[in-house]
Design a protein around this ligand. Structure first.
Ligand code: ZN
Length: 202
């Protein structure tokens, strides 16, 4: 947060997005029993994290929270943008078929064709806890299916061939190893700087 910012200034809460095959991404999320301030805080974190990562959808398990909450915005930063938060989403109907090259914020840099229903109806609770039913088509229908999959511990790579999935798994392991090495290096740098600055009070 910038120094001198007004006290009421609320910093965006961008959370770390877990990278597949992180074990939490394979777990089933739990229903939200009451939509309260903690749910709304989670929704805000999800939006902040999704926009920061240039995504069009994000599910709570991707930031390590095993709750049935997803956020979507298939037209971010456009005048017609319509951010959608869904608590306990449940897809009621599936119609038609559409193939789309999907990506995922938990599988950075990868995209593969996935078959989805072209039109769906989803029932959910909104941020106020009011039940809504929404018919979705196009990218929104795809995104809702992709994000609700996350709540069941399913990734888009679970819909593609084993061969493709294993290649992606290898690339993700490499990416994670590189990220770990970067983190260690940054920590070592910081330590060096601290010791270089002399023995300061802790
Ligand atoms: Zn995803």
């Amino acid at each position: 947060m910038a120094e001198g910012a007004p006290r009421h200034y609320k910093e965006a809460m961008v959370r770390e997005i877990l990278v597949w095959p992180h074990p939490v991404l394979k777990q089933k999320a739990h229903p939200v029993t009451a939509v309260d301030d903690s749910t709304r805080a989670l929704i805000k974190d999800l939006f902040d994290s999704m926009y920061a990562a240039d995504g069009v959808g994000l599910a709570a398990p991707q930031i390590g929270v095993l709750k049935n909450v997803i956020v979507l915005d298939t037209t971010p930063r456009q005048p017609e943008a319509k951010p959608l938060a869904m608590v306990n989403p449940e897809i009621l109907t599936y119609e038609g078929k559409i193939e789309y090259k999907e990506g995922c914020l938990s599988i950075p840099g990868e995209a593969e064709d996935v078959d989805r229903a072209a039109v769906i109806t989803v029932r959910f609770l909104d941020e106020q806890g009011v039940e809504q039913t929404l018919k979705c088509e196009g990218l929104l229908a795809i995104a809702v299916q992709h994000e609700t999959d996350h709540l069941k511990g399913t990734m888009f790579v679970d819909h593609i061939s084993t061969l493709k999935r294993e290649l992606i798994r290898k690339r993700m392991k490499k990416l994670q190893a590189a990220q770990e090495a970067d983190k260690k290096e940054a920590a070592a740098e910081a330590k060096k700087k601290r010791s270089g600055a002399g023995a300061e009070a802790r």
